[in-house]
Each structure stands twice: as C-alpha cells, then as structure tokens.
Ligand binder design. Structure first.
Ligand SMILES: Cc1cc2nc3c(=O)[nH]c(=O)nc-3n(C[C@H](O)[C@H](O)[C@H](O)COP(=O)(O)OP(=O)(O)OC[C@H]3O[C@@H](n4cnc5c(N)ncnc54)[C@H](O)[C@@H]3O)c2cc1C
Length: 492
C-alpha cells in the first residue's frame, strides 16, 4: 500500500486581498507554475475546480475513480464521424493523478522544428534540454528496478519476433526502501506540496467561470463546487457563495479543453486554435495463461514506426475491459469468465486531423469539442491495427477483438486480411488521452505563453503544445512551461 499523501488544501481564499498571482488549475502545468513562482518568493493562490482525491481513497481504474477524478465523470466526447472519446483529470493534481506516468522528452525532430514555429523561438532545444534535466530529477523519472508486468513482456516478445523496436519507457516513479514497487510522483506528491511549503495557497472545489479586466488587476469570478470533499482528515469543505477575487497576474492552466474555453468565455480571444489529439484504437487480446495482473502499469511501447504510430498496453482492469468489449461478439462472457486471460493494447497515431473547442449556451461551463478524422488518418489507423494484431498473434494471443464493430474476433493471422484499408467511419471506437494545441497560435499567445493584448495574463499548460507529439506529452509540456517561467520570472 502506498504511503498516504499528507496534503491539506487551504481554506477559501480572502476576496478582499489583491493577490500577486492566481493560478487556475492544478494539473502538471498549473502545479509547476505554482512551485516556480512560490519558490522564487512570489505570492501564489492556486484555484482547482476538482476535489482533493488521494490515490489511496478511491481504487484506481474503476467507475468510482472516473466519477471522482475525471472531468464530467469520464464521459467526454469530441463529436465527429467517427467521434473521439477523450478523458481529462479533474481533481487536485489534474491529469497527473490519473495517468500512467510514462515519460518522454520532446522528440528531437520536434524540438528542432519548433525553433522556426512562430511562437517558440530559436534557442528552444537547449532551453528544453535544461528544463527536462531539472524535471527528471524533481519527479524521479526512472526505469523499473525489477521485471516488467506480463502485459509489457508480451508486447516486447511479439515485437522482438517481428524485429521491431520496443523499449521500456521511464516513468515518474520513486523507488526506495519504503516503496520497492514505486510511488507515483503525482503533482500532489511533488510540485503542489513543494509550492505549499514555499507559501502558496492551494484551494480545491473552486471553479473559475470568467476573467474580467479591472483597472490594473484581473477580476477572477469563482464558483465554489457543492461536491463535498475529503480533505484527507475526514473533514469536508462546505459549499460557499460565488466569489470574486483580484489578482495582478493570472496563469490559466486549465488544460487543453478548458483553458481556451475560459479565455473565449471571458471575451479575451476570438476563437481557440485547433485541438489536436492522438486518435487511438484498441485491441483486446486473449491468451492461454492468466496474464492479467490487475492494475499493474505496463511500460513498453513499440517505437518502430517513429512519431507516426506507436503501440502500447492500456489499463486492463475488469471494468476497463468490459467498457471496451461489451458491444463486441462474445465480449461480455470473455470478461466475466476469463478476464485474467485478457489484456488491452492500443495503437495511437500522430494525425493530420484537428478539432475545435466551442462554448455553447446549453453546454454549461464545460465546452463542446468537435473533431475531424481525415481519410488519411483512417488509413494509418487501419495499418496500425493490422500491425498490432500481427504482433499480438506473434506474442501467442488466441483471440483478438479490435474495438471496431463488425471486425473480429480474429482467431488466426489469416483473419487480418479482413481489416479494410481504412477504418470505417461508423463503428470505429476511437479514443484519446492526449490533448493539446488550443492556445498555440500567434494571435493567442506570445512565445512564452503571454496572452496577446492582455497584460498580466498567461497560459501555461498542454494547450501550448503546437502539434501532436506522437508520444506521451506530459514531459514535453512540463519542459515547455518550465522554460517559459524561467523566462518570465526575472521580469515579474
Ligand atoms: C488517463 C490518462 C492517462 C495519461 N497517461 C499519460 C502518461 O502516461 N504520460 C504522459 O506524458 N501523459 C499522460 N496523460 C496526459 C497528461 O496527463 C496530460 O498531458 C497532462 O495532465 C496535461 O496537463 P495540464 O496541466 O495541461 O492539464 P490537466 O492535467 O488537465 O489539468 C488541468 C486542471 O485544471 C482544472 N480546471 C479546469 N478548468 C478549471 C477552472 N475553470 N477553474 C479551476 N480549475 C480548472 C482541472 O480540474 C484540472 O485539474 C494521460 C492522461 C490521462 C487522462
């Protein structure tokens, strides 16, 4: 059992005070912004819409976790043909509390390409390298000290048979005597704790609804959430009335969907930049042996095909397996009778398609996302699906269910000839856990995340990443935010 987090969110902030810095959102972008400001002696107030939900209080990868730690209970869809189901964290620590902790530096080809990108600047590769070195130390980025889970080893075996490159991906995970199995270095365990120690105030269940320009400060309109909160010591924070706070500077770190929505809602931008994601299709594989070790996180990924296409293992808890399989022939029985024999894998692509975030009068404060999957993306996904199925048969799989209605289950490599050249627009269940891009446009932000025409207003989160990375994005985002703060702080 992991050591409980001893984080204690602060009480409601003083609305008569003029805060020096307000940070909206406590995910990786917001937490890093808060710690960098607080540790350089600046006053910081963090406002998080979600609750404090320590990993020990709710079992991971269950419907209860979806309800308590995910935006909209995990039911979020970028509408299109096909739609892309996506998820975002909504709790103290944001996505870092629910993610797998798989760490990448920004791929070198992108770091070089982004030098000429109008928003990022020439010295980018060197600045990002310095930032990544610091982050890797802060978050104990490391490889597994022992053997990888079976799900990982099967992917590796299948890849090796085919001669494909399939490395272990490091994670932000602390291994020591007390935690031989590792302690996930979430934001509540790292940057938010450090920020609070350095004097930052960190408040939960406070959703910012709008920003307004005051005379020489920002007005931050906040709605307290009524959801009662476990503060880690059994107490709950009472709901309170709407608040208006004042701040000299505001850092919007509400994630790739809600940061642009808040700016648009506040009339500060005319429209968000295009949304990118990594469209992903899954395959559930059945093996002869009991290979499913529950909530163990698999750490290998197939990187044979560069940025264009990657493969890895998804969470394979019974709940997640059922969510993927329940519509597919024989899927329900397979999960109820043989879930220990089942593992979920995925192929994800760096797509050409893009989406849009829109504020609609009837969608409340949570915006609507739309997404267009292009014909080329459907072909690349199909190729990826064929390759992943081939790999899984090489690893010894007996039966494969792609999450595409009408396809499978496949029981022999010869069945793969049934996969069409492009995935169908109807019946393909696509999803993504990586989002970005929505504030990365020269008309919205400058090269360091300052919002154009809005003195003292910044964006520092995944919405600044200009294009799909083709790998897990949190490490690259943290490096970009750190580099931006290194540039901004001396001038504050
Ligand atoms: C299931 C899952 C697995 C993942 N696995 C990995 C992985 O292994 N490796 C990796 O690199 N990446 C992974 N990711 C992606 C990674 O978690 C995100 O890229 C990262 O969390 C983005 O950070 P962020 O700060 O931009 O936004 P978020 O983490 O989304 O944080 C934004 C925060 O702002 C809060 N907020 C939003 N609106 C408001 C408002 N109006 N007022 C106050 N607060 C607000 C939200 O509640 C949220 O807590 C995963 C993501 C998910 C969902």
């Amino acid at each position: 059992m992991n050591t409980p987090v001893l984080f204690k969110p602060d009480a409601l902030p003083d609305h008569t005070h003029l805060w020096e810095n307000i940070v909206i959102g406590s995910g990786p972008g917001g937490a890093e912004t808060a710690v960098m400001l607080a540790e350089t002696g600046h006053e910081v107030l963090v406002l998080e819409a979600g609750a404090y939900s320590p990993r020990e209080t709710v079992p991971p990868y269950t419907p209860q976790e979806m309800q308590s730690r995910y935006a909209q209970g995990g039911i979020t869809l970028a509408v299109g043909r096909p739609s892309v189901q996506y998820v975002e964290g909504c709790c103290l620590g944001g996505g870092s509390e629910v993610n797998s902790g798989l760490y990448y530096r920004l791929p070198e080809e992108l770091a070089n390409a982004w030098r000429s990108y109008p928003v990022l600047g020439d010295n980018l590769p060197a600045e990002l390298e310095a930032a990544s070195n610091a982050i890797e130390q802060d978050l104990s980025v490391s490889l597994l000290p022992g053997e990888a889970p079976r799900a990982s080893l099967l992917l590796k075996d299948g890849a090796e048979t085919l001669g494909w490159y399939c490395p272990e991906i490091p994670r932000w995970q602390l291994y020591d005597k007390e935690h031989p199995k590792g302690l996930r270095q979430t934001m509540t365990r790292t940057y938010l704790t450090r920020a609070q120690k350095a004097g930052a105030r960190v408040c939960t269940n406070l959703e910012v609804q709008k920003l307004k320009r005051g005379q020489d400060y920002w007005l931050v309109l906040v709605k307290p959430h009524t959801r009662s909160e476990n503060l880690g010591d059994g107490t709950a924070q009472d709901a309170a009335q709407d608040l208006t706070l004042k701040a000299k500077r505001v850092f919007v770190c509400a994630g790739a969907i809600r940061s642009p929505a808040l700016l648009k809602q506040s009339g500060l931008i005319s429209r968000p930049a295009p949304l990118w994601c990594h469209p992903t299709v899954k395959v559930i594989a059945e093996f002869k042996d009991e290979v499913n070790q529950g909530s163990e996180v698999a750490v290998h990924q197939v990187k044979e095909f560069g940025r264009a296409m990657g493969m890895g293992c998804s969470i394979s808890s019974p709940h997640y397996l059922l969510a993927s399989l329940h519509n597919l022939p024989g899927g329900d029985e397979a999960v109820t009778e043989r879930w220990r024999h089942l593992l979920c894998y995925y192929v994800m692509i760096a797509p050409e398609g893009r989406g849009m975030v829109r504020n609609l009068p009837f969608s409340g404060t949570y915006p609507l996302a739309t997404y267009s999957v292009t014909p080329r993306d459907l072909s690349v996904l199909s190729l990826g699906l064929q390759r992943l199925c081939k790999l899984l048969f090489s690893a010894g799989a007996l039966r494969l269910w792609p999450t595409v209605k009408g396809l499978g289950p496949f029981t022999a490599p010869s069945d793969l000839a049934l996969i069409p050249d492009a995935l169908p627009r109807r019946g393909s269940a696509l999803m993504s856990i990586h989002l970005g891009g929505t504030c990365a446009a020269p008309e919205i932000t400058d090269p360091y995340g300052a919002v154009k025409g809005c003195d003292g207003l910044y964006v520092q989160d995944a919405s600044l990443l200009p294009e799909p990375l083709g790998c897990n994005p949190q490490g690259s985002m943290l490096a970009l935010v750190r580099r931006n703060l290194n540039h901004l702080i001396p001038d504050l």
